[in-house]
Design a protein around this ligand. Structure first.
Ligand SMILES: [Zn+2]
Length: 275
């Protein structure tokens, strides 16, 4: 693999999961300060994993969504940062510069009008995942917003200043044909992944349970933004065991230009192999 993919944002990428077409649709990018985000690992990252750092010594995370299409029907998982940009704040503990704005153009590139998206499902309600769902005028004029119930109970009503059709879902519930909710708490109380399955293949969209491929090899590296680092590490290990199973692909929205991949065991331990 070309190392540069570890430190640049992803363009649109698509693949097939059985009868489903899935596409990463970028909105923008967010830079993360290794010292603030992964303080216990920052020295090791600089010494051993410098390929993950850009020219300003930041980890590169995408903002965007995962479009899941079945014929004319469409689901979007997460809705980017929205039409905003913030420069780096030297006082922010872990976040560097962040910008969105590209999601409508990315949807256009894959030929999908936001009006035809029937469901927008959220892994959790952090600003880099709900941006376009709060836009005025609304972008998703016909969509139902699917929110994990535990996430809604924890932070939903106060942080959702729009009128929207909201459906609350429990772990295991189907949110779109072939797509089921998978509880992955720790990053937030109700943080949830989605299992996208069709035929013999399945894709696990795991949200912020893993924010960098480095955590595949180091599942105990819980980033500072995790509300409960112990819980997130436990569920990260459980998730990695699922990702190791045959016929399973993963989708990491924040994984720079290696958003789709497989987890495989190597002589050095688990590794993320981009596809
Ligand atoms: Zn995030």
């Amino acid at each position: 693999m070309n190392d540069i993919r570890l430190r640049r944002p992803s363009a649109v990428r698509s693949l097939s999961v059985g009868e489903l077409r899935v596409s990463y649709v970028p909105d923008g990018a967010m830079l993360l300060k290794p010292d603030g985000c992964l303080p216990a690992a920052a020295d090791r990252i600089r010494a051993v994993h410098g390929a993950y750092l850009n020219d300003t010594r930041r980890l590169v995370a995408n903002t965007g969504g995962l479009l899941v299409e079945h014929g004319a029907r469409a689901l979007l998982i997460d809705a980017g940062y929205g039409p905003h940009a913030l420069p780096e704040d030297p006082d922010h503990p872990y976040s560097g510069a962040v910008h969105g704005g590209g999601l409508p153009g990315s949807l256009a590139l894959v030929g999908r009008s936001p009006r035809t998206i029937e469901t927008v499902a959220f892994t959790h309600l952090h600003p880099d995942h709900i941006g376009w769902a709060r836009a005025e005028p609304p972008l998703f004029t016909r969509a139902t917003f699917v929110v994990p119930k535990a996430e809604w109970d924890h932070r939903g009503p106060g942080t959702w200043p729009i009128e929207a059709k909201v459906r609350l879902v429990l772990p295991g519930e189907e949110v779109f044909p072939g797509v089921h909710a998978l509880a992955l708490p720790g990053h937030t109380a109700g943080h949830t992944g989605f299992v996208i399955a069709s035929g013999p293949t399945r894709l696990l969209a795991f949200g912020d349970a893993l924010i960098t491929p480095l955590q595949v090899s180091h599942p105990d590296w819980s980033p500072v933004p995790d509300d409960d680092p112990g819980q997130s590490a436990r569920h990260r290990r459980r998730l990695l065991a699922e990702l190791e199973r045959s016929g399973t692909l993963g989708f990491g929205i924040h994984f720079a230009d290696v958003v789709f991949g497989r987890v495989r065991r190597t002589a050095q331990g688990l590794a993320w192999l981009p596809v």
